[in-house]
Ligand binder design. Structure first.
Ligand code: ADP
Length: 470
């Protein structure tokens, strides 16, 4: 038989716990307390309730839990005998921020709020005890938060790895498919070209028109495959940028020559300014040609007939890159919406407005597969440069225009002349079929090097090899 009263039990338990507490404070706490014996899984207080009491665990164990948005509960910590709980809401005068539940049969002392706060106001022993409890609690929360963050970080890293693997698989598939499809299409282009030259075809207008249709379509297919291959190289494998001093003036004039017919046909006004004075850039000419090919091609595609395209160059000091050649390709076209301005450099990204328009390569709004800017960006970045777009917005009626700015370092990056970058060399040891594809690619294909660089004397050899394929 237990001869002690509940109040005596409370006093006996609190005295050592609040070591040094004044007798009258201990008595005040004891008088305003109740001792409770609770079975396992009893909820002592609920998250959101108004806090009316502070508790001390005498024996057993209680669990502190927090409700999550999905209705489940997250374990915060277990409280051991001799520890206070439920004091936060009382001190902060807020509702409970956690639920407390016994995990096994437990005994607790419940101390009512007002007398507790009154004693706390005058008792250093109780203050120190509670402060220690809060410090431990804070340390515990810090540790838990760090553990939760690092667990989430690990999960995120795993998810990122998985996504990167998937992306690589997808890119590999696209690359293999484009590569496999390109070879027969290149052959088709060759046959169509030969057919077109036959006198019998030239003489019958209907057949001539049909064979021209075949040529145009196969050339377009080739361009798409070449762009896909260029893009996957930009994104996945390694490019050795073989640098030599490059005149941007010559490069851009080559690109503009390539489009001269289209510019004339569309009544576009082309202005070229400040390119002659630019210093040479350490770059790979064919790659730069490809990058500017896409920028000029876009300026043509997204500017209505009779519009203006201005290409200008200057040397500026970039805070990040030092002295750079800055080339701006500006047009008076449909412009780009603010929300698209960064996304357009993503592969296969096309703005909704132009995605379903004409399919011609230089016609107004002749949308392509959304690869040109991804390729251009990959090339410029591989050269240690920067590219970005500016536009007041998208409007097909008022045509606010767009501006694409490219910055290329003037100084060669130290120490090697060759920089490993994420793109394959355009002309380096390409397999025979690749060279044949380049040979048969349409004139406006970025794969085609400037006319002055074409190995005219090898054309026949490549033709012979093409037709001996398969
Ligand atoms: P696409 O093959 O569709 O032209 P790009 O990667 O070259 O692919 O361009 C992506 C998208 O960026 C285009 O579909 C177009 O919406 C937008 N864009 C690119 N250049 C311009 C420009 N000069 N003016 C307006 N929009 C442009």
């Amino acid at each position: 038989m237990n001869s002690r009263s509940p109040q005596e039990t409370v006093e006996e338990f609190l005295r050592p716990l609040l070591f040094g507490i004044a007798e009258e404070d201990l008595a005040a706490l004891t008088e305003s307390s109740a001792i409770r014996h609770l079975p396992a899984h009893t909820t002592i207080c609920n998250e959101g309730d108004v806090g009316e009491s502070v508790y001390v665990l005498v024996n057993g164990e209680v669990e502190i839990l927090q409700r999550l948005e999905d209705g489940s509960e997250r374990h915060l910590h277990y409280t051991q005998p001799g520890e206070f709980f439920g004091e936060m809401a009382i001190l902060q005068q807020t509702t409970r921020t956690a639920t407390v539940r016994t995990t096994k049969p437990s005994t607790i002392i419940e101390i009512y709020r007002d007398p507790f706060l009154a004693v706390l106001g005058r008792s250093p022993s109780l203050g120190i005890r509670l402060t220690l409890r809060l410090v431990n609690r804070l340390r515990d929360s810090d540790r838990q938060a760090i553990e939760a963050l690092s667990a989430a970080n690990t999960e995120l890293r795993k998810a990122l790895d998985r996504l990167e693997r998937l992306d690589r698989t997808k890119s590999d598939f696209i690359q293999v498919a484009a590569h496999e499809l390109r070879t027969p299409v290149a052959a088709l282009t060759g046959y169509a070209q030969m057919m077109q030259n036959l006198p019998a075809v030239q003489e019958i207008p209907e057949i001539k028109a049909l064979s021209e249709g075949i040529m145009t379509s196969t050339e377009r297919l080739l361009r798409i495959f070449n762009n896909i291959l260029d893009t996957s190289r930009v994104m996945t494998s390694n490019l050795v940028v073989r640098r030599s001093p490059v005149s941007l003036s010559l490069t851009l004039r080559g690109v503009c020559n390539e489009f001269s017919k289209a510019i004339e046909a569309r009544g576009l006004h082309l202005e070229i300014k400040g390119l002659e004075e630019l210093p040479f850039c350490p770059a790979e000419p064919d790659l730069l040609y490809k990058a500017f090919h896409h920028l000029v091609n876009n300026a043509i595609k997204y500017t209505p007939d009779g519009g203006r395209i201005a290409i200008s160059g200057e040397v500026v000091q970039s805070p990040e890159l030092g002295p750079v050649v800055q080339v701006t390709v500006e047009d008076s076209g449909i412009g780009i919406a603010a929300e698209d301005i960064d996304l357009i450099f993503e592969k296969f990204y096309r703005t909704g407005e132009v995605a379903l328009h004409s399919s011609g390569t230089t016609e107004f709004k002749g949308g392509g597969p959304g690869l040109g800017l991804a390729i251009a960006q990959g090339i410029i970045v591989a050269h240690g440069g920067r590219i970005w777009a500016e536009s007041p917005g998208y409007d097909e009626k008022t045509c606010p225009g767009s501006r694409f700015i490219v910055q290329l370092p003037i100084e060669e990056p130290a120490p090697a002349r060759e920089t490993v970058a994420p793109l394959e060399p355009a002309g380096a040891a390409a397999p025979a079929e690749d060279r044949m594809v380049a040979l048969f690619a349409a004139d406006d294909s970025p794969q085609a090097p400037p006319a002055r660089d074409r190995p005219e004397e090898n054309d026949n050899d490549d033709l012979v090899r093409l037709f001996s394929l398969d």
